[in-house]
Design a protein around this ligand. Sequence first.
Ligand code: ADP
Ligand code: ZN
Length: 801
Amino acid sequence: MTARVAEIVVDGTALFLDKRFDYLIPPGMDVTPGVRVVVPMRESVRSGIVWAVKASAEAGQLRPIARVVDRDPVLTPHQMRMAEWLCDRYAATLPEAVSAILPGAFRVRARKVLVAAPEASIPDDVRALPLFRFIAECEPEWRDIRARSKADERKAREFLRAGFVREDLRVDEAVGEKRQAYLVARAPAEELRREGERRSRRAPRQSDLLLQLAACRELIWDRRAHPPSSVAPLVEAGLVEVAERRVSRDGDRGEEEPWPELTPYQAAAVRALAEMSRHGHGVALLHGVTGSGKTEVYLHLIRAAIEQDGQALVLVPEIALTPQLVRRFQRRFGGKVAVLHSGLSLGERREEWTRVLAGEASVVIGARSAVFAPMRRLRLVVIDEEHEPSYKQEDAPHYDAREVALWRAREAGALVVLGSATPSLASMYRVERGEARLVSLPVRANGKPLPPVDVIDMREELRAGNRSIFSRRLAEELERTVAQGMQAILFLNRRGFAHAALCRACGHGMECPRCDIHLTVHRRSHGHVLICHYCGHEEPLIRRCPACGEEALVPYGLGTEQVEHHLLREWPNLRVLRMDFDTTRRKGALESIIERFQRGEADVLVGTQMIAKGLDFPRVRLVGVVAADAMLTLPDYRANERAFQLLTQVAGRAGRADTDGMTLIQTYQPGHRAIEAARSHDYRMFYEREREGRAFFRYPPFCELAVFLASHTEERLAHGAAARFERELERSPSAGNLTILPAGPSGIRRIDNVYRYQVVIKYAAWQDVKEDVVRAYRLVKEKMNRLGGSAALDVNAQRIG
Ligand code: ADP
Ligand code: ZN
């Protein structure tokens, strides 16, 4: 007799779960691939996804599926193939791949619990027992009972046999049908801001909320950030209202925006790309200088895709950094746009996902993980700022959204447009090999030339007796800019007040007690503190050096806080905003800074690389790079590429509208190749030279890298695991296709008292080596997990250590 059997991928991170498990489909149960189910495993239950349904003659011993969660699949067949591809490409396990693709909002928690039978059927003496009362009140799982005692476990089994208690299944979804509570502003922004400032000392939480609401008008109520006790007084004062409702999608869309006339270059680009699109799958690199109006090209292509009943996917490095772009899309396409980002509540995320799955949304915008959105009619994928490292996920499954997008587009017959002013070497090399077509926008949309970039040699400043962090030229232009009522951006790639604390007497640098990294100096109202950017360790900065005893510890090396500090000291009336990790940690803070700068509430924006990701502020005349040197010394083969990209991108923030702009780069290495290329706006020259170096030393794109990382609190074990991985590879049949760099400490040897050792490997094609590499990886990982450590493999790694 044949029965219906389901192959199921079960949720969980353990390696043994990396396969499909067979379960019996009980007669009458409706099950299709892509639906979520709950299945028994060992003595508990687990959630999972049905991968395939088949008929089998040997279903006799199989356990049946316990419950079906969905009527309709939550994964499309295309997404299931994508999951399998992720496993193949990034050495991920199938459950890992599924959990990367499916938003957390779809997670199911299943438990097998014990519940008490109806009271009347239970003898009084049993009902009085503590164990029975525990079961009746807490509905525990077996492991909760075991945690009490062995005797209780035996007793509970007796209860079960006697029918006093029975087993039951509890299935919770991450998101129920609950409505969402919002905090909504009831007063004008100025009043909220005023009230916020007034309460900043007495009631910092209230103040926080008011300032956030002043910027964004409404927030989803996160009760941890804003407990009811701090919201209630604001409601009483008539400043804030609590609204309970379904998530609104058509909220503030603003008015519709007209379609501007394209510049001749834009029009030619749209024509070329639309022509490619007619032939189905293709890859294009849209190389457009900063301010060339790439967004407008995307918008036209998307409109064409929608007109042909297709869907478009737009990836951006970070949604919070692109409020301007998102709003422009919403104004052009209204309710057809779905925005996926980490700021959404689970419920909102699920709702957006469902709209895409149902085909209601034609345009999906999101960061990296939006590449997994469930589109069935994909015609176009746009990857904006394609050179950004954030497209690569640093944790398992270590995917690269650019590669996933290419795979998807190939499957779906869609066009991929990679857009950037500073294309990654990888993408330009694709063009060189004929795998992508180059489309250029060589001039700005406003018809003006790119702003001139001047390099200032800071050694000369010292010689001339200027000890300020601002060169005379930068100071002068800053004053002129502000006098003209224009704005300036000052860029520095380091946050905090100072990069390190060093002893002037003996040279000792202050290090984190838990990590092998120096501590960063930050300024607080009560003085300077030392903070570890890796584990959060914090201690006061004192003068006395712990190594030599001299009172000689001083902050060393500029950070953004110090730039802000010096600005205000030299120009006390200057209005300064700072945008870095520390000022944007709070939800809504980043958007608020961008909006305030846009409204002209500040003269100067000081920031880290966040400010180099495609922002468009029309009133910025001057861009100053305070110290380019901080970028030139990164210990990575891509340091030059990254420095050139950052410099060009940040320079490109100047002069974007009707006024001219200029960029000043301060440095001690004026001849550096990245600076030289940024100064002359010469991408081509940079590409040629960098390409030569990579080819010579054999680095990507001329090979691919993978990094194996073993972590353990015991250094010997971490090192041993890396050495073992190295040995396994050397003995493997693939050894001839691999360059194996010797096992050694990773860039930071210890983080939060966990030691990290790595092995870097190089190879020409993953397909040729993957079998042996993955086998060695899994072998060592399993051993490491047993020893209480962990191991990871980053395939196509973008960083070493
Ligand atoms: P990029 O992303 O290439 O740096 P943007 O898409 O941000 O450039 O465009 C730069 C500026 O030029 C924006 O302010 C945009 O509104 C404007 N712009 C782009 N295309 C046009 C056009 N065809 N007509 C008028 N303004 C345009
Ligand atoms: Zn630390």
